[in-house]
Design a protein around this ligand. Sequence first.
Ligand SMILES: Nc1ncnc2c1ncn2[C@@H]1O[C@H](COP(=O)(O)OP(=O)(O)OP(=O)(O)O)[C@@H](O)[C@H]1O
Ligand SMILES: [Mg+2]
Length: 405
Amino acid sequence: MIADNNIDDIFDRAAKGRALVRNRQSLTIDYVPDRLPFRDAESTALAQTLSTVFKGARPSNVLLFGKPGTGKTAVVKTVAGRLQKKAADAGIEVTVPIINAKLSNSAYKILFEIAELTGLNREDKKVHFTGLSMGEATDRILQYMQKKKMHVILVIDEIDSLVDRNGDDVLYSFTRANERMMAKGGFISLIGISNSLTFKDKLDPRVRSSLSEEETVFNPYTVEQLRQILSERAKIAFSEGAIADAAINLCAAMAGREHGDARKAIDLLRVAAELAERERAQKVEERHVRAAQDKIEKDTSHEVIRNATTHTKFVILAITKSKNGNTGEVYEVYSALCRRADQEPLTQRRVTQIVAELDQLGIVSTDVVSQGRYGRSQKIRVTVPLQTVKDALRGDSSFAELLAD
Ligand SMILES: Nc1ncnc2c1ncn2[C@@H]1O[C@H](COP(=O)(O)OP(=O)(O)OP(=O)(O)O)[C@@H](O)[C@H]1O
Ligand SMILES: [Mg+2]
């Protein structure tokens, strides 16, 4: 009876309370809005390039660059979607597989996805790429496309992650295959998306020149642009009057602080709404946005530390345990931790690299401090709360004993 009352209570409160969010899906990362303000030029340029498909010709390969959250994936998905629809209306065959090289994190996985999306796996149930070399697997796919005289626009999102892990052999094969395919009336174009501007430097010159027949750079959004993007999104996502303008402005200002990152802005909006709902607030206010910022920061550092390699974790722990935080001392503490855990320490050079990586990720900071007549030295410290470090390391069995003291 008591249990029933409790349950009724929960429902009563939910029914009386206002739902702040009316379209939760529109605040998720996969949601692509119908309209992408401030990306007209980029969308038009891409559409222009791809429009040669309607003349039966191969579009140029395209590379799209830009910092995180600048709308690259959203623009490509939107333009690709419209292209496929128009092509279907016009009775033109075109296949646009969209692969995310970071999610499909091995070259085999990527080839497998391509085989899925182009229909090879449906046709030939026996494709077992695992038994084949990378070159053989690539050839299998290309031969299939060739035989079918396919018109393929292959989108590789986060393409830098493919090249970092597997080099550019696969890309080389795909760009080369074109010549063979065109002779038979098919083609393959590549659209590569990268958030690293130095990505091209990692490519073989032949791959580089053919991959970047056309290039577009996506600039970060300004705070004002973010504000307008958020206002439009808020109209779709929130109930009438459920979010204060000041809260939207603050999300835009915070997301624009480093570079104008629309993903970060929308993440802030979503988490702020969750926090406001949890405390049954009538409205999402600025304080919810501030709390959201703290929560996101904490969650990100936790994830970074939790997923780090064991030696990186040793380095982080060594920094928290070292008194002066200078390079030599950190290395000594680190080596001692390794020995206690029966692990061979890495070289000092490598540890210095790890510290630099952690600095980039915002987990530690390194300041150069003057030591009077002893010259200058580096002071390394962890910028994340100690509790976050401990919580993140606790899941790793190698650290149970080390954390105890
Ligand atoms: N002009 C825009 N209007 C509305 N929403 C946008 C706009 N640009 C980006 N967004 C939204 O911001 C989020 C991030 O955009 P997107 O995923 O396209 O970024 P990206 O450039 O691909 O970033 P990354 O390099 O990190 O992959 C998405 O949820 C997207 O819907
Ligand atoms: Mg993207």
